[in-house]
Design a protein around this ligand. Sequence first.
Ligand SMILES: Cc1cc2nc3c(=O)[nH]c(=O)nc-3n(C[C@H](O)[C@H](O)[C@H](O)COP(=O)(O)OP(=O)(O)OC[C@H]3O[C@@H](n4cnc5c(N)ncnc54)[C@H](O)[C@@H]3O)c2cc1C
Ligand SMILES: NC(=O)c1ccc[n+]([C@@H]2O[C@H](COP(=O)([O-])OP(=O)(O)OC[C@H]3O[C@@H](n4cnc5c(N)ncnc54)[C@H](O)[C@@H]3O)[C@@H](O)[C@H]2O)c1
Length: 454
Amino acid sequence: MKKYDAVIIGFGKGGKTLAGTLAASGKKTALIEKDNKMYGGTCINVGCIPSKSFVTSAAFSAKLDSSFEEKAKLYKEAVAKKTKLTDALRNKNYHKVADLENADVYNGEASFVDSRHVKVVLQDETIELEAEQIFINTGASPFIPPIEGLSDSSHVYISETMLSLDELPRQLVIIGGGYIGMEFASIYRNFGSEVTVIQDGGVFLPREDRDIADAVAASLKERGVKLLLSTKINSVHDSDQKAVVSVETPDGPKEISADAVLIATGRRPNVKGLNLDAAGVELTPRNAVKTDEFLQTTAPGIYAMGDVVGGLQFTYISLDDFRIVKSQILGDKERTINNRGAVPYSVFLDPPFSRVGLSETEAVQQGYEIKITKLPAAAIPKANVLGQTTGLLKAVIDAKTNQILGAHLFCAESHEMINLIKLAMDAHLSYTVLRDTIYTHPTMSEAFNDLFNI
Ligand SMILES: Cc1cc2nc3c(=O)[nH]c(=O)nc-3n(C[C@H](O)[C@H](O)[C@H](O)COP(=O)(O)OP(=O)(O)OC[C@H]3O[C@@H](n4cnc5c(N)ncnc54)[C@H](O)[C@@H]3O)c2cc1C
Ligand SMILES: NC(=O)c1ccc[n+]([C@@H]2O[C@H](COP(=O)([O-])OP(=O)(O)OC[C@H]3O[C@@H](n4cnc5c(N)ncnc54)[C@H](O)[C@@H]3O)[C@@H](O)[C@H]2O)c1
């Protein structure tokens, strides 16, 4: 049996960063990854990076006045470009840990023997590792809803397999109107597919500010994306080289033919097979690893980071979880999930939609007296320079303190702009600081001079 100071299960953002940090601090560290195509985790291999490579390629394709066949050729090139990028990043990520003096990378599936021992099933043998501290960073996997015929269809994809689909689908049906559903709808529409998004709920982007959700829906519809809300899927079956999706819409039953059906109905924590019971690691009612604010599980010495914890599923949350764990193991123990500040996010549509903080409704529900400010993207000089005048910017301000409670930016480059607002919120700045600051010109950020001019 090999002994380590730390064993990390899963090569995700938190895990790999922690492995590098612990090894550099002199701790003997093992990092276990079950899939040798996943060094670096979901983000660089099958998540953020490949999907954003597609966003860029698709935006280029959308500008061309070409036939579907020509677009399909461009799409094939985009898949190859994406694969080259992810292969290079995977290799770089592997060596960043494996080449460290104090770190070993194991390619095998890990499970707990007890709270100090982990079994690793390697290709040719099974080994056991011992450590005083063990870290779970196993990520999440797509939830597949129980729809009749889904598992028998040869046209059904999850985001991961869709990103490697070489043929551009003429017709794409997306089940689920969340982050992945929206981003893939925007991407494939720009590549040239006919896209239909099917959502069970009746409200489009239910957690988002209504003004912005309406603006996003209008933009997608204008671009030709069909949105079917309050729609139940009865079955999926293959017929004549296509999938036929039978649905029950508020207007009655409907059959939609598709070359590809993407399942984007949420991702669930990867806890199966870890034998967590043996280690005394408990789960939440939603089957995520239960942790306290320091990411300590119910078993002393065992921590969890990233999607497996069941909170917000973003790469930068997994990275921040690493910061919290580092603060526990090597630092002042001060950082927790409760003091990491406002968490922004961006959905990479065309234009992207970005948010931080409260919506108007949430602010009112929480009893704030608020001021609202809005600005159409078309009023921003840089949006006109870019030829991207679609969109709306909105901010929710605490009328008593003048601090920003929330910002909702649906406009070009909003994914960059939102980080500035997060900083202002964390620093408890008055909105007037953003209003009166000098910005370079012409930029999208200078829109804050006008947005906050109330
Ligand atoms: C299509 C898509 C697009 C996304 N876009 C964005 C985006 O733009 N921005 C953003 O911030 N987030 C995005 N996300 C979410 C983001 O990718 C995840 O939140 C993030 O990668 C989670 O990282 P993690 O550290 O929790 O684990 P992961 O990166 O998922 O890593 C977990 C690793 O553990 C391994 N593993 C699991 N079980 C075991 C075991 N028993 N033994 C050994 N190894 C095991 C897995 O193979 C995997 O490599 C996207 C996700 C998807 C699917
Ligand atoms: N830009 C980003 O940061 C980014 C991009 C992609 C994914 N992600 C992460 O990945 C996670 C997973 O994304 P996701 O889109 O799969 O999940 P999600 O939770 O965002 O959305 C799932 C959607 O599927 C719908 N749904 C569920 N079951 C359904 C059914 N049977 N029929 C029709 N609709 C159904 C839900 O109502 C919801 O709209 C997200 O939580 C997000 O954190 C982030």
